[in-house]
Design a protein around this ligand. Structure first.
Ligand SMILES: C[S@@+](CC[C@H](N)C(=O)[O-])C[C@H]1O[C@@H](n2cnc3c(N)ncnc32)[C@H](O)[C@@H]1O
Length: 281
């Protein structure tokens, strides 16, 4: 079908959005425009390319424009699209919690290796946010009994919605790692807030201006987690923690001082030190 005069085709909408986003400093403007248009039209990116001359209805133009404008204000793409892939799951994502990161998938990978061979491992996810780690572990180790907690009621509400949407059962609790958390676990896993207050200004606007501050900065929270973990782990249980670049060796030393053994640092895919794990004797 050839577009009627004045109608905007997918090709033109794509070009316009790409230009708009590029002018607002979005690095992968073309790719993100494709994702936003595909999302609006409920098509795949491939289908978009197969139908570039398709005219957009006024309603479709308005809906995609609203999303492109949100992205132009540097709102994270995951919030704009409202869903994001993590491991085998597609999770609902919005400003109530941190966007699950690809590097956190390495933490899940390590956690799965640490509980391999256990039929029904008891797992605690400290600071669960969207529920990403807890749900991925419940999904990929079906016998696991997962408890997840967070200080943020908003994040817990999102985690609950994600658990329901994924059809996975986890126990969600409101709690602070600095207070007492009940239970005995084979694995304590966490991606705690690890950005230092002085680092905030240098972060990308998507992170600095949109993601919950308490998900990013939590002075002393990773250390409190290390101290609390010994009282939560059964003998031989594991602690696995994701940290920011350059923080691993100090944290590994702290775990050694606290009496943990087999302290190991694992890099992420680009080779940056990322996850620290250790066994409680
Ligand atoms: C870096 S985010 C990680 C979220 C999620 N686990 C992920 O990996 O995408 C840290 C989470 O810890 C929570 N948090 C911050 N301080 C906490 C504390 N003292 N105790 C428990 N949770 C805390 C935040 O609300 C946030 O959801």
């Amino acid at each position: 079908m050839s577009p009627s005069a004045g109608a905007v085709t997918l090709r033109e909408a794509l070009a316009g959005s790409t230009d708009y986003l590029a002018r607002r400093g979005i690095e992968r403007a073309r790719f993100e425009s494709e994702l936003i248009l595909a999302h609006t039209l409920e098509l795949s990116r491939v289908q978009i390319y197969m139908d570039l001359d398709r005219p957009l209805s006024l309603e479709e133009r308005e809906r995609s424009r609203a999303l492109v404008e949100r992205r132009g204000r540097r709102e994270p793409l995951a919030y704009v699209l409202g869903r994001w892939g993590f491991r085998r799951l597609t999770l609902k994502t919005d400003a109530r919690a941190l966007v699950p990161r690809p590097e956190t998938e390495i933490l899940v990978e390590r956690a799965l290796a640490l509980i391999e061979g256990l039929e029904a491992p008891r797992i605690l996810d400290a600071g669960t946010g969207s529920g990403a780690i807890a749900l991925a572990l419940a999904d990929e180790h079906p016998g696991a009994r997962v408890v997840a907690f967070d200080t943020s009621s908003d994040a817990l509400a999102l985690a609950r919605e994600n658990a329901q949407a994924c059809g996975l059962e986890i126990e969600l609790r409101h709690g602070d790692i600095r207070d007492s958390i009940e239970g005995e676990f084979d694995l304590v896993v966490s991606n705690p807030p690890y950005v230092l207050p002085e680092e905030i200004e240098a972060l990308e606007p998507e992170v600095r201006d949109w993601e919950p501050r308490e998900a990013l900065v939590g002075v002393g929270v990773p250390e409190a987690l290390a101290e609390r973990a010994s009282g939560l782990l059964v003998p031989g249980g594991w602690l696995a923690v994701e940290l920011g670049e350059g923080q691993q060796s100090t944290y590994a030393a702290l775990l050694g001082d606290l009496g943990f053994e087999a302290v190991t640092i694992t890099p992420d895919l680009p080779g940056r030190e990322r996850v620290v794990e250790a066994r409680w004797p």
